[in-house]
Design a protein around this ligand. Sequence first.
Ligand code: GDP
Length: 435
Amino acid sequence: NNIVAIVGRPNVGKSTFFNRLIQRRDAIVDSVSGVTRDRNYGKSEWNGKEFSVIDTGGYIKGSDDVFEGEIRRQVELAIDEADAIIFVVDVEEGITPMDEEVAKLLRKVTKPVLLAVNKVDNGKRLEDAYEFYNLGLGEFYPIAGMNGSGTGELLDKLVEVLPELPEVNEDEEALPRFTVVGRPNAGKSSFINALIGEDRFVVTDIAGTTRDAIDTKYNRFGFEFNLVDTAGIRRKAKVKEDLEFYSVMRSVRAIEHSDVCILMIDATRGFESQDQNIFWLAEKNRKGIVILVNKWDLVEKDSMTTKMYEQKIREEIAPFTDVPIIFTSALTKQRLLKALEAAVEVYENRKQRIATSKLNDFILPIIENMPPPAIKGKYVKIKYCMQLPTPTPQFVLFANLPQYVKDPYKRFLENKIRENFNFTGVPIDIYIRQK
Ligand code: GDP
């Protein structure tokens, strides 16, 4: 997917605009989990073109008094990482010094930059908006994030200027991609180095497939896959800070391109909000997930430690808790192969297709026993279930009154499917359709 970043100073209405962009699509994606953790990343679609959107402002805390430097760094990062940028300004406030600062950075950019002048909800304000020509960014798009006016014109232009995505090399695409993600210093490079140190398993190194991420073609357990190192991305960058926004921004592309995300957390720090955001990025993109709790050698242990630690992580990632959690040490090389093995298993789980007859033989008696609750005296009858031929597991159930089947019941069915078939590490979708 192309990545579109929304930039601008605080309180110009970036998040209202962002929510408007991702609305439709998100309602579908989150219908099962019912949870949206990362409110700053989402997918959008216009005229049949899909793209990812990141609201850079959402990551700035206490947004009224942020440092100018903070915003500048966010814009620089967005310029580096995104394929197009939407710069939002506020007609009520007019051009502020910070707007000028941002515009100065954006004028140098060769990527598409669209200037959205927000809060233009009457003719007077449209006149006022002309002032923004002075930012030197060319044409502007008057919008009103509150009621959505002007958004259509802006999006028409956006999808027109988004770059065509490069053709993917067939062979490379065919190989499973396991991407190691996580906050800086979790031990991602150490993990990969420890693995590829045993170089008889390494087939080739291909640099730069996912921007600066390093792909290593790897062969183990009779299984060939690409191991993708995202740690290098940060190294060349101007910004070194360990801030949430940076790790998310840098992980998006790699996650979207992977089959299984190996999320590495630092055992000495625990599962923090950054880790959670990366987890939800992977979940939202319906990727396979394995969690590694690295630097386990540094944790003082008694008989309860592992269980308790695991329990805490599962609470953080609920309701999608059916995920392998493995305690590793990249330093002492503990359980590194087990981690890979888990990734291979998750990959296989994600690819599996349950035969329709097998699925129905299992699920229909369960539904019979525990049907969806009747609503207003009307009974829901589910007749038939099948798995769709999609890259990530999706099940569709056919019912007489699909709108009466609510999320808790879907979650109940999901749990039953997970208990009976092995979908560990794999997000699944359940849809109910009219028979
Ligand atoms: P990255 O930024 O995620 O790639 O992290 P690095 O692989 O560069 O590791 C960051 C630091 O943590 C380095 O000093 C590593 O030596 C150290 N480190 C990585 N894995 C482990 C581990 O399992 N145990 C211990 N004790 N240190 C580790």
